[in-house]
Design a protein around this ligand. Structure first.
Ligand code: LLP
Length: 424
């Protein structure tokens, strides 16, 4: 459930009419709903009440500091995958003792920074990283708490039910320490200075709409954890990553309580603290992208609506063929008068098409459209292709709204270029 609904035929974000935001901010822009973020976080918290896990929000899904602060104030921690994300989380008020740091390629400066901040846990993804982290922590006179991220090694040809580009738990993937190497890696970790083993972690991919991949992967990790504990390793926490899908279109992913019941069944016997890294399930449906129609054109074959957002603002359709529901901000007055439209951006790429053949009312220049479910992996994946400016992000809270990220300016963007001395 979200808080983007029509009132008197006008799309509202909570109590704010979307056209009022568009008027104040210009288009395109992302718009986040505080009530929806809060609701999604609370529903998860309630579903998992028996285990009271630490929910480390996957910052990669939406790293806006207003989003992070909203979630942090509800008690969320952060799952970060770069030094930049750790900085954002800390600046947004999320305490270091609630931050985990995953990444297959943490650099020495990133490790140094996170060690100095004394974050909760490094999810270490290779033997080489164990050595790098041990050296870094020792040099700084600190101890780094670690979990090893284990790749459960799902067979490459097994269909895990999500897009190939967002699946991470197969043998062919770069993520985590190979399942068969886990014991060797823990033995090494136990002997390296500057490291304190505290846990184990796993993350198998994203946008799962069935529990089956989890049911396949988690028991392997649980069984491994039991064995490691029996061998005397101090594994006090288990981090089961993120990955629960959301309804973008016709999917019906498992409800949080069903997901929680499955995890409880696996985790309870272990007697470990549970950490989860949900991203999309919290932020995905808490955001919409608002764009306006620049013009319409008929190619002879198709009827195109060209909008002022483009693939650089929302990559998901062109990158993963992702479906985002597209709705008019002013509801259609005459439902018979709809037509099949292709919605595209202005970037010079054939792939810059958001959707084909959507049933919409006739569109004209200036009309507003909303792309639903763009609160996760939307703004964070945007870029400047075609020298297009990064678009603003707005947060709504009841009847108030605020810009939580300014529109980039040409001066900032183009001003980053420097001329070499021989051209100056
Ligand atoms: N933990 C780790 C280690 C991850 O790599 C991810 C996502 C998450 C947690 C959060 O997963 P979630 O709960 O959001 O599914 N850009 C793609 C999604 C990439 C996901 C990468 N990792 C998309 O737009 O669908």
């Amino acid at each position: 459930m979200d808080h983007f609904t029509y009132r008197n035929g006008i799309l509202h974000a909570e109590d704010v009419p979307v056209p009022a935001i568009a008027e104040a901010v210009g288009t395109p822009f992302y718009c986040y709903s505080t009530a929806t973020l809060t609701r999604h976080y609370t529903v998860l918290e309630e579903a998992f009440s028996a285990l009271s896990p630490l929910f480390c929000f996957a910052v990669k899904a939406n790293s806006n500091q207003a989003v992070l602060r909203t979630l942090g104030q509800l008690g969320a921690g952060a799952d970060c995958v770069s030094g930049g994300e750790v900085r954002r989380a800390i600046l947004a008020g999320i305490p270091a003792e609630r931050i985990v740091f995953s990444s297959v390629g943490k650099t020495v400066p990133e490790l140094e920074y996170a060690v100095q901040e004394n974050i909760l846990q490094f999810n270490v993804e290779s033997l080489a990283e164990l050595h790098m982290l041990s050296d870094t922590a020792t040099r700084l006179g600190k101890t780094a708490r670690i979990a090893l991220r284990i790749n459960p090694a799902i067979d490459a040809d097994k269909d895990v039910g999500t897009h190939a580009k967002i699946s991470t738990g197969k043998k062919i993937h770069k993520f985590g320490i190979a399942f068969e190497k886990a014991e060797e890696a823990y033995a090494l970790a136990a002997n390296l200075p500057g490291l304190k083993i505290t846990g184990i972690s796993v993350h198998i991919g994203s946008q799962f709409t069935s529990l089956e991949p989890f049911r396949w992967a988690f028991p392997r990790i649980i069984e491994l954890t039991t064995r490691l504990k029996q061998n005397g390793l101090p594994i006090d926490s288990i981090d089961l990553g993120g990955g629960l899908g959301i309804p973008y279109h016709e999917e019906s992913p498992p409800q949080p309580d069903i997901y929680a019941a499955m995890i409880r069944e696996f985790v309870e016997p272990l007697n470990c603290r549970l950490i989860l890294e949900p991203g999309r399930v919290i932020a995905g449906n808490a955001g919409i992208l608002i764009t306006s129609v620049i013009l319409t054109k008929h190619t002879g074959e198709r009827e195109f609506v060209i909008v002022d957002a483009a693939m650089n603002d929302l990559m998901r359709p062109s990158l993963y063929d992702a479906y985002h529901e597209i709705i008019p901000v002013t509801a259609a007055t005459n439902p018979e008068d709809t037509r099949l439209l292709d919605i595209a951006g202005a970037v010079c790429e054939t792939g810059d098409v958001f959707a084909r053949g959507r049933l919409l009312p006739p569109m004209q220049a200036g009309d507003l459209l909303a792309f639903r479910s763009t609160g996760a992996y939307g703004a964070v994946m945007a870029g400047n292709y075609n020298t297009r400016l990064l678009i603003p992000e707005v947060m709504v809270h009841g009847n108030a709204f605020a810009i939580v990220r300014k529109r980039q300016t040409y001066d900032t963007l183009i001003g980053m270029d420097e001329q070499p001395p021989w051209l100056a």
